[in-house]
Every structure is written in C-alpha cells, then in structure tokens.
Design a protein around this ligand. Structure first.
Ligand SMILES: *Cc1c(COP(=O)(O)O)cnc(C)c1O
Length: 381
C-alpha cells in the first residue's frame, strides 16, 4: 500500500484534531450548542483575519466568497480595477464580466508582484473606479503581493480594496484593519487546515456603505442576510455544520500557536524549499516576489514537467501541483501551507530528487535534502 503525502496549495493536509472534530455526530444548527460554536469561530476568525469587523461564513468554496464581494458592492455598469498576474487574478475579471462590471485590468507579468504605484496611477486616471480587486498570494505563480503598500494608495480614495486571501490567510501576514483592506475573502482548504467547503468574507464600514447601494442581483450570497442573521449568532441558511465544528478546532490550534509563530514557520518552510530546489540546480519562477505559501519552480530543459508531477504522485504518493494555464508543464509548485512541518518538506524534496534523477536531471543525490536540513538547522553544516 502506498503512503500519501499532500504538498499542494489547496487542499492542504488536516491536523488529526480537525479530522476528528468533523467526524462527530451532527448537531442541529439552530441550538444553543451550535451558537456557542459560532460565537467561538466568530472570535477566532477575527483573530486570524486581524480585524475587528465581523467575518461571515459561507457554505461555498473560495470563489463563492469572491463572487459575494462583487455582487454585494457593485451595480451593473460600474468600473473596477483588477490586478491580474496569474490565474486567480483573472478570476476576478471573469466574475466582474459575468455581472456586467467594466473590469480595467492591470496585466502584471506572471511571476511578478503588482507595483502599488501602478494602482495609484490607474486610480488617479479613473476616478469612477469603485473597487480594486487584488490577490494576496497568486497561487498559480507563487507570488505574494504587497497588500500593505496597496492599502496605502487605495486608502486615500473612495475605492474599496478587496483582497483574495484564499491562499495565504493564516500563512503569511495580512493585517486587514491596519493595512486598510475593506473586503478580505478566504476559503477553508488552504492555510486554515480544513477540508474544502467554507468561504469567508470580512467587510469594513466603508464597504458596507457600498453594500447598501449595490444593485447587482443576489440571493444566497446576500451579505445583508448574513449580517442580519449574524446579529443573533445565526446563519441565513443551513451552514456546513461539521465544517464549522472543525473550524473551531483549527482556530483553536492556530490561536495556541500564535500568528507570529505560524508566519515564522511558513517562512522557514519556504526558505528550506527554495534552498533545496536551488541546490538541485533548479530555478525559482518568481525569485523577486516569492511567497512563503507556495514555491513555483521552473521545470528544467529536457524534463517533462507534467510527467514529473504525475510520477511523484502516482508512483510515490507525493502530490505536488503542476503549472496552470500558460504555465502548464513549465513549472511545478510545492506548497508549504498550513499543517506542514520540516519532515513534510524533506519527504517532498527527497521524492523530487528521486524522480528528477530517473528523468535524467543531473545533480548530487541528497543536495536538496541537505540544503533544506541546513535551513532547518539555522546554518550550514
Ligand atoms: C485556491 C484559490 C482560489 C480558488 O478557491 P477554491 O476554493 O479552491 O475553488 C482562488 N484564489 C486563490 C488565490 C486560490 O489560491
């Protein structure tokens, strides 16, 4: 029997406590027992989102929360500015288009972060822009955008700053209130260490003003409904009860750990992964704006990138991610997000070495593992 390891940027591995929490017998959601859970997760989410605003829980995957951000704040014919530097930035554009929003696009080269000065320039030239849609970690390229800098330029305007933090929240720093993020959306199956199925959305006072004026059609994702229900510690529809109970457990683990420690650990895992692939003679795809969430690596010349990922997974049980869209076959991505420790990285790198060797890439056996171990040890041996 093959043993499986998951090193993908969603879903991510589950801590055993979370697995067990969601396996408990179901309880009814309109009860004091479940209300106690909702209260607890409400507080825990504020901690992880670093906000005083309420964070609403949607029974949807991440893009449900993205769609909620669009339909609740805008009206048909409105203009929005979208930062596109990969597949997930493109998703904002697609959602805007589906609802008749004019999407002005900043086409950032894949592998680079957006410059806040570019956003500033576009906002000055387009005073009608009602919202700026951005991505914390562009999972398709491994890039982390500088949301703090973007917050500084958007904060002085009437536009809302909306951040897709589906990947990155609970892994790297995102100070929603301090940095002036109006709407932050996330999902359960990445840094929050849960199965897929929950979406999250925080809404600032500035954003609520737009929610009250927005005219796009909405029903299931209507935040007015969510706010009204939340005022009496309730949800407008039947929530994914078992996932919310599991969320209480993961938030408890995260609080016990502390955000500072969580961010430091992600930094270490990312440093080790980057050092390891470089030691194998490979190149980072996004060397200047690499996130501590997922590392995208260029597939070396002469190696079939799709086969590399497939062999690691199907022959050895180590699942990493391939490239998406225009990067298909050209990069592979190793995630180090959520419940990932030193030895997960060692397993991933060791398997990468094994398959690269089989495919004819030349390097010294153990060089990647050694480089990772040196990072973990805090210096060269
Ligand atoms: C994973 C991801 C999404 C998509 O969310 P799903 O719940 O997996 O469909 C959107 N944006 C980013 C940045 C992501 O990493």
């Amino acid at each position: 029997m093959k043993k499986n390891y998951l090193l993908t940027p969603g879903p991510t591995p589950l801590p055993p406590e979370v697995c067990l929490a969601q396996a408990q017998p179901i309880i009814h959601h309109r009860t004091p027992q479940f209300q106690a859970v909702l209260k607890e997760v409400g507080e825990g989410l504020k901690y992880v989102f670093q906000t005083k605003n309420d964070v609403y829980i949607l029974s949807s995957s991440g893009p449900g929360a993205m769609e909620a951000a669009v339909v609740n704040t805008l009206s048909a014919g409105d203009t929005a500015l979208v930062v596109q530097g990969g597949k997930f930035g493109e998703r904002w554009t697609e959602i805007c288009k589906a609802y008749g929003i004019k999407a002005e696009v900043i086409d950032v080269p894949w592998g680079e972060g957006v410059l806040s000065a570019e956003i500033e320039k576009r906002l000055k030239a387009g005073p009608a822009i009602k919202a700026v849609f951005t991505t914390l970690c562009e999972t398709s390229t491994g890039v982390a955008n500088d949301i703090e800098a973007i917050g500084k330029v958007v904060g002085g305007t009437s536009a809302l700053l909306v951040v897709d933090a589906i990947s990155g929240l609970g892994a790297i720093d995102l100070q929603n209130d301090a940095w002036g993020v109006d709407i932050c959306v996330s999902g359960s199956q990445k840094g929050l260490m849960l199965p897929p199925g929950l979406g999250f959305i925080s809404v600032s006072a500035k954003a609520w003003k737009l929610v009250e004026q927005a005219k796009l059609p909405r029903y299931y994702l209507d935040l007015n409904r969510a706010r009204k229900a939340w005022a009496s510690t309730d949800t407008p529809f039947t929530p994914a009860i078992s996932l919310v109970i599991a969320l209480a457990e993961s938030l408890k683990l995260m609080r016990a750990d502390g955000l500072e420690n969580i961010f430091a650990r992600h930094r270490t895992m990312a440093d080790a992964t980057r050092a390891a692939v470089k030691a194998l003679g490979l190149e980072l795809f996004a060397p200047k704006a690499a996130s501590d969430v997922v590392t995208a690596v260029k597939v070396p010349q002469g190696i079939d990138g799709e086969k590399l990922v497939k062999t690691m997974r199907d022959t050895y049980g180590v699942t990493i991610a391939g490239g998406q869209a225009e990067l298909k076959g050209k990069v592979f991505r190793v995630a180090h997000m959520g419940h990932i420790g030193e030895f997960d990285i060692i397993v991933g790198i060791s398997c990468l070495e094994k398959v690269l060797h089989q495919m004819g890439h030349s390097f010294v056996f153990g060089a990647g593992v050694r480089a990772a171990e040196e990072v973990f040890a805090g210096g060269k041996q």
